[in-house]
Each structure stands twice: as structure tokens, then as C-alpha cells.
Ligand binder design. Structure first.
Ligand code: KIV
Ligand code: ZN
Length: 512
């Protein structure tokens, strides 16, 4: 029988450390529900000692999911472990994940500790975590650049102290596949008690090798893979869940391992991560990119018509990529909307449903076919958001090749209606100038991206902005068939998030 590889999803922790990908508690909880349906074995929900916001989010995820293990990250200090335990103890299956660096570079320049001190810190941390819960994971940060014998010594001590999983991270994405597999084999053969624990692998993608390194590690004997949806994460990202899972599924005789992932849920989960984080997926991204299953060349199309196996190694349906159906129209009622959303995995409260229903009706008036992706976008933009200080009431822009672009905006600021008009370099610039003036904000626009949610000229435009003010950074998203309105909604959403962060300084996470 094929061995089982455990899927440890760290989208909510390492993934969230991507620049600009921060998620609020509600967003994390919804995504955790999706990850549970996807079939992941472990959800790393956050780093509870990093901020009050992370702590609350981890607690909320524990209350939301029941099948997967929920892990909270902690450095080796007692304070971090206490905080992690306070956050995950409400989970049905809690795990404390503690880590310390083992490479000489980190010991000398970051930790300023000797190898003996790191060994002692590992043992103390794992023993303490074990006194709180049975399920303890230990990670040797920068493991791939550590002295292999010291790494084995630390793993052996961690297992003797009670670790049930030991994880070997390629923290800086430096490893290359053959060498990394050799290191895994070395660890397996030189750590005497290694068979009392699950050996795990955690890779970063700085050289574009995260998936290759992870797959080679599994061939060498690792049985837990730490991954994120769409490969989001620090710098160039983490190993992409979808790539590893589909490699196992597409090449079963080569890898001879199985996972608990329901692959038909991969694409909807990828879309949700994109919506929530506002991080676009490159069109040529393996498995979940918009072009991943598009055959452009005539010779390929001819082959595909004769037999899809000529050029297609995976069926699009296997990853949940089905033709978008016209799901609802303007005559659809609240009940139809509710039950369709439930099929898509969204269980909304009556108030959320009311908000969404009126947005849905507005959209159905403007757009004949309301597709699943449109509904996803409405949920992401309309429900998954913080309480609003600012909202749009009226927008009018003058644009064209013979007019000076101008925008008139009326908006509610803390419940009070205000209006104004400004010029700009284009209609979006004019609208943004007006909003900045009305709200008295001075944010810097770090990123502006616009894309169409589905095909066709009536597709909704999805705009993502990244704003910075007084050292705080927030992401804003807006969706509307009118791209200028979508741009304005994204800007106002971003300003609302900045306002929220200003009033909740404890939610601003300190980085690891
Ligand atoms: O990349 C890394 O080393 C990590 C550890 C905390 C597991 O994310
Ligand atoms: Zn990492």
C-alpha cells in the first residue's frame, strides 16, 4: 500500500507573511473552513506571540475547524509557547510548533548562541510544550544550511524530549534537489530515534526549486510537506500545495504516496486565496494559472480534439476547473442565493446574507450572467471586510480624449455625508484625489492592479490596491462591472483597513 504524506498547510502563517497578503480574523476563519474541506491534515493558523490579532485569529480558527490539527507557531521561549498554547488549546486537535535556528550563520549573527545553548533551548522548549499537549512539532530553522551532524543531534534531542514531528526547513530557498534529498537521507540514517517521529519538509522558492526540493525530500523519506495555496509566502514564496499534490496524483507509480486532498477543491481554494489576499496568480502558474489548461498552438488543439491525452497530463476537472455556469440571474431570490452560496462553502449569517443579496441584485441588474467567480468576489469584497469608517454614496467622472479628467464624489465619513470634486491625470486619479481630500488621508499608493474576473466585455473588474500611511500598510479590494467604480471601492476599502489598523495597533504583527 502507498504511504500517506501529511499535508501541513501554512497559508495562514507563512503565506500570510507575504508582503501585502495580511488577512483579518474573519478572512482567516473562512479560509480555514475551505482548507478543511480541501482535506489538509494540519492548518498552521498563525504565530500567536506575534500580535494580538494573530492570537485572536488562531483561536477563532480552532473554533471553526474540527478535523484537521491546528498548529500555532512559537519560538523556544516559555512566553511564546504559553501564548501558542493559549491560542490552540481550544482546538479539537491542537499542535504546538516550536522552532529555533540551527545553522552557524544564524547562531553567530542572529541568536548569538552556542550550539550547546541551542540544543538546550530545543530540549527545554519541546519538553515544556509536551507538558501542555501530546502533539509537538520542532523545526530547525535554516536546517538546509546547518551542519548535518549538529542537525541530527538536535533532531534526536527534540524527539527524545517528546517531539512527534521534526521539520527540516530550507528557510532561505538555498537548497538544490539532489543535495537536499541527500541531506534528508542523512538525517534519516544518522538520527537514531527518527522513526519515533514524522520527518517533515518546508521549502522556500528563492531559486524556483521549492516544489522540486519538496518532492525529492518525499522520495528520500519525508512524510509531511509544509505548503501554501498558490505558493504564497515570504519573498519568492513557499512550496505550492497544488503542485506537490498534483505531482503525486499525476505520477502515482513514480512517487507511490497518497494524500488526503480532494483535488477537485484545489481551484476554488486557490481562487479564494487570491480574492482574500489580493495576490494575483501568474497566468502561466502550474495547476491554477489561468493558462494552465489553455491550448493555444494549432497542432496542440488538433491533438487535443483527437485525444486529450496527447497534450494534457491532468484533466481540468480533476483540480475543480469546470466551465463557469450561469448560476443566478436577476429573478433569483434570496433562498436560491443562500443555497447556492452554501454549495460553494459559504455559510452566511442572516445580516451578511441581506448585505450580499442587495449587492447581488445590483450586480444582476448590470450583468446578465452572475457566475460563481462573481459571487466569490462579492463575498470577498462585501462581507470579508472590517467595519467601515468610509463608504461611497455617489460617483461621477468625466473622462475622454477631449476633457480634463474630473471626479465628483459623495461619501459617508463616520455616518456624515460629504462631497467634493477634483481634477487628475485620469478619471481614477481624479477620484482618488477627491477621496483623499474628503477623508483628509495622505496614503501612498504602493500597488494598483486590475483584472477581469471572468471573460466577456461585461466581466466584473477586480481592483487591488496597497496603501501605506504612517508606516501602516493595508490592502484594499473592489469589484464592479465598472472599473472606475471598482477602483474607487478598492481605494475606500484600503482606507477603511488603514483606519482599522490605526485604531487597533495591537493587530499590527511584529515580524519573526
Ligand atoms: O522557513 C522557515 O524556516 C519557517 C520555520 C518557522 C518553520 O517558516
Ligand atoms: Zn518558512
Amino acid at each position: 500500500m502507498s504511504d500517506r504524506v501529511f499535508i501541513f498547510d501554512t497559508t495562514l502563517r507563512d503565506g500570510e507573511q507575504s508582503p501585502g497578503a495580511s488577512m483579518n480574523t474573519e478572512e482567516k476563519v473562512r479560509l480555514a473552513g475551505r482548507l478543511e474541506d480541501l482535506g489538509v491534515d494540519v492548518i498552521e493558523a498563525g504565530f500567536p506571540a506575534a500580535s494580538e490579532g494573530d492570537f485572536e485569529a488562531v483561536k477563532a480558527v480552532c473554533a471553526r475547524v474540527s478535523r484537521p490539527v491546528v498548529a500555532g507557531l512559537a519560538r523556544t521561549s516559555k512566553a511564546d509557547i504559553d501564548r501558542a498554547w493559549a491560542a490552540v488549546s481550544g482546538a479539537k486537535r491542537p499542535r504546538i510548533h516550536t522552532f529555533i535556528a540551527t545553522s552557524d550563520i544564524h547562531l553567530e549573527h542572529k541568536l548569538r548562541m552556542t550550539r550547546d545553548q541551542v540544543l538546550q533551548a530545543t530540549v527545554d522548549a519541546v519538553k515544556y510544550a509536551k507538558s501542555l499537549t501530546d502533539d509537538v512539532e520542532f523545526s530547525a530553522e535554516d536546517g538546509s544550511r546547518s551542519d548535518p551532524d549538529f542537525l541530527c543531534k538536535v533532531f534526536s534531542a527534540a524527539i527524545a524530549a517528546g517531539a512527534t514531528t521534526v521539520n527540516l526547513p530550507d528557510t532561505v530557498g538555498y537548497a538544490v534537489p539532489g543535495e537536499f534529498a541527500d541531506l534528508m537521507r542523512y538525517v534519516l540514517s544518522h538520527t537514531e530515534n527518527i522513526h519515533q517521529a514524522v520527518l517533515s519538509v518546508h521549502c522556500h522558492n528563492d531559486l524556483g526549486l521549492a516544489t522540486a526540493n519538496t518532492l525529492e525530500a518525499v522520495r528520500a523519506g519525508a512524510r509531511q510537506v509544509e505548503v501554501t495555496v498558490n505558493g504564497i509566502g515570504e519573498r519568492a514564496g513557499n512550496t505550492a500545495l497544488e503542485e506537490v499534490v498534483m505531482a503525486f496524483k499525476t505520477r502515482p507509480t513514480f512517487y507511490d504516496v497518497v494524500t488526503g486532498i480532494d483535488t477537485t477543491r484545489i481551484f476554488p481554494t486557490s481562487r479564494m486565496v487570491r480574492m482574500i489576499t489580493g495576490m494575483p496568480v501568474q497566468p502561466n502558474k502550474a495547476v491554477v494559472g489561468a493558462n494552465a489548461f489553455a491550448h493555444e498552438a494549432g497542432i496542440h488543439q488538433d491533438g487535443m480534439l483527437k485525444n486529450p491525452m496527447t497534450y494534457e497530463i491532468m484533466r481540468p476537472e480533476t483540480v475543480g476547473l469546470t466551465e463557469s455556469r450561469m448560476v443566478l440571474g436577476k429573478h433569483s431570490g434570496r433562498h436560491a442565493l443562500k443555497s447556492h452560496l452554501e454549495k460553494m462553502g459559504y455559510k452566511l449569517s442572516p445580516e451578511e446574507l441581506s448585505t450580499l443579496f442587495s449587492r447581488f441584485k445590483d450586480l444582476a441588474d448590470k450583468k446578465k450572467n452572475v457566475l460563481d467567480e462573481d459571487l466569490e468576489a462579492l463575498v470577498a469584497e462585501g462581507i470579508l471586510r472590517t467595519a467601515d469608517a468610509y463608504s461611497l454614496d455617489y460617483l461621477n467622472v468625466a473622462a475622454g480624449n477631449t476633457v480634463i479628467p474630473m471626479a465628483t464624489v459623495r461619501m459617508k465619513i463616520h455616518g456624515r455625508l460629504v462631497q467634493g470634486a477634483e481634477f487628475g491625470n485620469g478619471p481614477i486619479d481624479a477620484a482618488y484625489n477627491t477621496i483623499a481630500k474628503l477623508t483628509g488621508t495622505k496614503s501612498e499608493l504602493l500597488r494598483f492592479s486590475i483584472s477581469a474576473i471572468s471573460g466577456g466585455t461585461d466581466a466584473q473588474g477586480e481592483v487591488t490596491v496597497r496603501l501605506k500611511e504612517n508606516g501602516l500598510v493595508a490592502l484594499g479590494k473592489g469589484v464592479d462591472p465598472d472599473i472606475i467604480t471598482a477602483s474607487v471601492l478598492a481605494y475606500i476599502h484600503g482606507l477603511n483597513r488603514l483606519e482599522y489598523l490605526k485604531n487597533h495597533p495591537a493587530l499590527v504583527a511584529e515580524s519573526i
